[in-house]
Structures are given as structure tokens and as C-alpha cells.
Write a protein that binds this ligand. Structure first.
Ligand code: HPA
Length: 354
């Protein structure tokens, strides 16, 4: 493989000049720059990133540890993280924790061993000693989407509370009164925030939220299916199921269809997180949509600020309610809903006995 000396010899310049061209230094003549670029091209020269890291003590690499790469929300987030990092001159190594604290630790340890310049984490839990240590021992770190309470690390996230409130107001205006939630794991901040804000909004609207209307899920489709089956088996099933993430909503959809029930006539469905295929289901699903790409980009900017020695603050972006047709809306999709009178509600569907 060609070395920097070979490039210098081929271009008829010094090694220092080649280095200046490679680093985009302005004090190089146009002629020398052109000859160096031609020699780099002809010889297929690639700078040695390892040697550079040893010299500069930086790897121009960020770590991203996400909770579940199969969840379309996190896949979308990872894409925007990689894009923004690339634009700022960094590569990204992704570790998928698969919602497992042990795997999360494995990735954090491996990334630290590789001397990444900074770490973006969407934690699966309240944080192991390894993670908490990394957060406080000077590794530049930023939490994205989820966070660990009490740890002094900037958090980039969306405000789910306001959007959950808007959803409950929307459902109330449509005449729905019996609302159930499939919650995410309480050990995650997104899991607990969504159920707490749902509870607060229900109470504000004077709507009861019995324990039987709170299904415990794990952000995976199967848990959404099981929780929905339990709701449908109740003597008085809910009128609406709100799934606290997109995968649990898919599970809920399966359970509702498996009983031969129709959405929204027999039961309504709403979800946290928009995914492209929620507009292609019949009916299209009413969701709370997060500015996922903006979150990923803002998280990288905050992390690079920390890596490069600048201050970085937490960022909270708004999530918004996107009204479609899965809750009995009659207005134009995307517009505030037309209010359906409770009297127009169809009689409760036939339920199977468990
Ligand atoms: N889990 C699952 N889906 C999500 C989350 C989460 O924490 N945040 C946004 N979508």
C-alpha cells in the first residue's frame, strides 16, 4: 500500500506539503495541490487513521448505543445520527442493546476500549456502574430520547407529555371515555413518562383509568398483542387502545384483527411514534409523531460540541399529534378532528370469553 512518502515523491513535493493538502490547509499553491491530488489518485493512497489517532489522541469516531435497532423509531434515529456525524467529519459505530442492560454494557465497554471520541446513548435502564462511571469520568456523553435521571449529561429528546395530553383531549372530543394504555417498561424514561402523562391527562379530563386499562408492555409487538387481548377479554373493554410505541401498536393491531373487530367502529387505536406504514394501514393510524431526524442531528451536534470542548445544553423538541382515522375521526386526515357525538357510538362489539 502506498505511503505518504510515495505520494510526496510522485508529486515532487515534501511530505509536509502532502500533509497540508490532505488536511485542507490553505497555505499550499494550486499547482502543488493539483499534483498531490493526482498522485493520491494514481497511487490509491489512503491516510492511516490508526497512526493519526495515535498522534492526535482522537479517532473522529462517535459511539451510538441504542436500545433496539429493529424498532423503526431507533433505525430512523440512527440514520440521522450517522448523517449529521458524517457532515461534521465523524464516523459512527452503532451498538444495539436489544433492550438488554448486559448488552448495553458490552457495547459501552467495547466503544470505550476503541477510544471513541464521544458516546451517544439511549439507555435501556437506570444505568450500570460502568455507564454511570463513563458519564462522570470525562467521556463526552449525550443521552438521546431516553435518559438516566440524576446524571449530569445533556439530554436530547422530544416532549412527549404535551403530545399525550393533546391525544387525550382529541379522544375526549371524539366522545371516547374508556381509554386504555399499553405502557413501555417503567425502567425507561420514555416508558414511565408516557404512562404518567397519560394518567395526568386522563385525570384532567375527569376520566377514570382503572388498573385493568393499563397494560404492561416491553416496547415489543408481542407485548402489545398480549395486552390488547387482555383488554378485549374484560367485561367492559376500553373504547380506545393507546400503544406507547409503534411495535406494541402493531401487536395491538394483530390482536384486534384476530378477534374480527374493526378499527375504529369496534375499538379505536392510537400510537406513540409514526412509522411510514401507519398511513398505509386501513384505517391510517392516529399517532404522536416525534421529530426523529432532528433529534438525531441535535444529539450529534451536542455531542460534538462536548468532544470539541464547547458547552452543550439539553434540547427538548416538541412532539405532535397527527390525526388520521383510527379513532373515529371524520375530518380531513391531519386536521383537527370533527367531534363525534357519544350517542353515535356503535353498540359494543361481541367479545370472546377467556
Ligand atoms: N422505546 C420504543 N420506542 C420509542 C422510544 C422508546 O424509548 N422512544 C421513541 N420511540
Amino acid at each position: 500500500m502506498a505511503s505518504i512518502k510515495d505520494v510526496a515523491a510522485a508529486a515532487g513535493v515534501s511530505v509536509a506539503t502532502v500533509s497540508r493538502v490532505l488536511n485542507d490547509h490553505p497555505s499550499v499553491s494550486d499547482d502543488a495541490r493539483t499534483r498531490v491530488q493526482a498522485a493520491v489518485e494514481t497511487l490509491g493512497y489512503r491516510p492511516n487513521a490508526v497512526a493519526r489517532s495515535l498522534r492526535t489522541h482522537e479517532t473522529r469516531t462517535l459511539g451510538l448505543v441504542i436500545s433496539d435497532v429493529v424498532n423503526p423509531y431507533f433505525a430512523h434515529l440512527a440514520r440521522s445520527v450517522e448523517e449529521e456525524a458524517r457532515e461534521l467529519g465523524y464516523s459512527v459505530i452503532i451498538g444495539n442493546a436489544d433492550e438488554r442492560p448486559d448488552l448495553q454494557d458490552h457495547h459501552v465497554r467495547t466503544l470505550l476500549d476503541r477510544r471513541i471520541d464521544g458516546l451517544l446513548v439511549s439507555p435501556t435502564d437506570g444505568g450500570s456502574p460502568l455507564m454511570l462511571n463513563a458519564a462522570t469520568n470525562g467521556t463526552p456523553m449525550v443521552f438521546v430520547d431516553r435518559w438516566i435521571a440524576g446524571v449530569d449529561v445533556p439530554v436530547v429528546r422530544a416532549d412527549g407529555r404535551a403530545a399525550v395530553h393533546d391525544l387525550v383531549a382529541h379522544l375526549h372530543a371524539l366522545g371516547h371515555r374508556r381509554l386504555a394504555i399499553i405502557a413501555g417498561p417503567a425502567a425507561t424514561t420514555t416508558g414511565s413518562e408516557r404512562v404518567e402523562s397519560f394518567r395526568a391527562a386522563m385525570s384532567e379530563y375527569g376520566l377514570p383509568l382503572p388498573d385493568a386499562y393499563i397494560g404492561q408492555g416491553d416496547f415489543q409487538a408481542e407485548s402489545g398483542r398480549r395486552a390488547t387481548e387482555r383488554f378485549l377479554d374484560l367485561a367492559e373493554p376500553p373504547e380506545v387502545v393507546f400503544a406507547a410505541d409503534n411495535l406494541m401498536a402493531l401487536g395491538a393491531l394483530d390482536a384486534i384483527r384476530a378477534r374480527g373487530l374493526r378499527i375504529p367502529d369496534d375499538i379505536a387505536l392510537a400510537a406513540f411514534d409514526d412509522i411510514p406504514w401507519f398511513v398505509h394501514t386501513d384505517p391510517a393510524i392516529t399517532v404522536i409523531s416525534q421529530p426523529t431526524a432532528e433529534l438525531g442531528r441535535a444529539a450529534v451536534r451536542a455531542l460534538v460540541d462536548r468532544v470539541e470542548g464547547r458547552a452543550a445544553a439539553s434540547v427538548t423538541l416538541p412532539a405532535r399529534l397527527v390525526v388520521r382515522r383510527s379513532c373515529g375521526e371524520t375530518g380531513e386526515p391531519g386536521e383537527p378532528s370533527a367531534v363525534r357525538s357519544p350517542a353515535a357510538r356503535p353498540s359494543p362489539p361481541q367479545r370472546s370469553m377467556s
